[in-house]
Design a protein around this ligand. Structure first.
Ligand code: YXS
Length: 265
């Protein structure tokens, strides 16, 4: 089976009028964001180009886990940056942010790690009462990347971002609505219809005006002037972390299904 076919197996694409629907479907691995699954997501978006005025990104109906985040088995552990610009997850996040129509994340179940960045890279987030959101690099000893942090800084209060990164604890549905992680919290029985109705409403509006406003908001919210010296300092700090024994311990513990023992070195 070709790689493209495998990817299409992991992410289903469906056209419903001018709404494109991408469904994550690798529950055996809790929709972990592997390079194959992410390729399916990017290919699905590209396949919608010129055909849709709104996209819904979802998992299968009523899952307990929307996505378990970056595929840990694919995280670079050769002392190179595990979340580099060319990482498949970063490529997918940019594809969503640069897609010329609104992408709505429809969330049921738990969202972990890089999948939280994926959800927050969508333009609108609709969730039900089973949803929760966690960002978990502290469980692995991994240094999150600067672009990812800027995604969060542009969307959420700094104290919430710190709590999520420092505790790696899931934010439950009600709190996610209070903090503005989600636009709407609706019941699991209503979420399909509610989300599709919003997508259809968007389809009745001027697509060029929406595409330009989305692009303007992306450019303006991403525009955080960082002096080269500051960026190099940040990269130096991150390198110390992904070079650390703790990161190797975090990866080993995950793969051996045991609790990590971090030594701070
Ligand atoms: O043992 P098998 O082969 O059945 O596979 C198991 C898990 O190993 C696999 N799986 C994953 N594989 C790769 N990467 C993952 N992130 C991942 N998560 C799960 O899926 C199969 C079923 O998992 P299991 O038995 O644990 O399912 P469960 O229903 O009991 O528990 C579901 C979860 C999501 C609570 C549990 O799988 C879990 O805690 N997964 C890891 C969540 C997480 O820490 N994600 C962050 C990944 S790193 C990341 O996204 C960023 C780089 S960062 O670290 O910066 O946030």
């Amino acid at each position: 089976m070709s790689s493209a076919t495998v990817s299409q197996e992991l992410v289903h694409s469906e056209l419903r009028g001018e709404v494109g629907i991408l469904t994550l479907d690798n529950y055996a691995k809790r929709n972990a964001l592997s390079r194959e699954l992410l390729r399916g997501l990017v290919d699905g978006l590209q396949g919608f180009s010129g055909k849709v005025r709104a996209v819904i990104l979802r998992a299968e109906q009523d899952v307990k886990v929307w996505s378990a985040g970056h595929d840990v088995t694919e995280l670079a552990h050769d002392k190179s940056d595990p979340l580099a610009y060319g990482d498949p997850l970063e490529v997918a996040l940019r594809a969503i942010r640069n897609f010329p129509a609104p992408v709505i994340a429809m969330v049921q179940g738990s969202v972990w790690g890089g999948a939280f960045d994926l959800v927050m890279s969508c333009d609108i987030v609709i969730a039900d009462e089973t949803a929760s959101f966690a960002i978990t690099p502290a469980n692995l000893g991994l240094p999150y990347n600067t672009a990812g942090l800027l995604h969060f800084i542009g969307r959420l209060p700094l104290n919430l971002i710190k709590e999520m990164f420092f505790t790696a604890a899931p934010i439950k549905a009600q709190d996610s609505a209070r903090w503005g992680i989600v636009n709407h919290l609706v019941s699991s029985t209503d979420i399909d219809n509610f989300t599709f109705a919003m997508a259809q409403e968007i389809c009745t509006k001027a697509p060029l005006a929406i595409a330009v406003v989305k692009e303007q908001l992306t450019v303006l919210s991403d525009y955080e002037p960082i002096a080269a010296q500051i960026f190099e300092h940040i990269e130096d700090l991150r390198r110390k972390v992904y070079d650390s024994e703790d990161f190797q311990e975090g990866l080993s513990a995950f793969l051996q299904k045991r609790r990590p023992s971090f030594q701070g070195k």
